[in-house]
Design a protein around this ligand. Structure first.
Ligand SMILES: [Zn+2]
Length: 117
């Protein structure tokens, strides 16, 4: 079984870090990231993967009052780590960013053939 750790970007609920925010409609990156992460997690579980999901802006312990993403992923011994962001492109456009890290190339290859190269 592949263990997949999903990290929707920025803070759960947007405080203190909502990510990018659309100034007109107030749509926040943190809300999109948790929605995409939750949907992705359900899909992966249905496909037979084990999923853990944590949304926190505290990636490596820089904000100790919040859950540390890297420590949680390592403690869980995740095979694959996916961080989900929906960037604003500096205000000139948009971009989706998916950061993928794996402990085992074989696991990555089963998820996506290009990930193993
Ligand atoms: Zn982001």
């Amino acid at each position: 079984m592949i263990l997949i750790f999903l990290n929707p970007g920025h803070s759960l609920g947007g405080n203190p870090d909502p990510g990018c925010v659309n100034p007109r409609c107030r749509l926040r990156e943190c809300d999109l990231a948790i929605t995409y992460g939750s949907l992705c997690g359900k899909y992966l579980e249905a496909a037979g993967c084990e999923v853990s999901l944590l949304q926190s802006h505290n990636l490596a312990g820089e904000s100790p009052e919040y859950p540390c993403v890297v420590a949680a992923a390592n403690a869980w011994e995740a095979d694959v780590f996916v961080s989900i962001h929906v960037n604003a492109g500096g205000g000139r456009g948009g971009g989706n960013l998916l950061l993928l890290a794996t402990r085992r190339r074989r696991a990555a290859g089963r998820l996506h053939p290009k990930a193993a190269h």
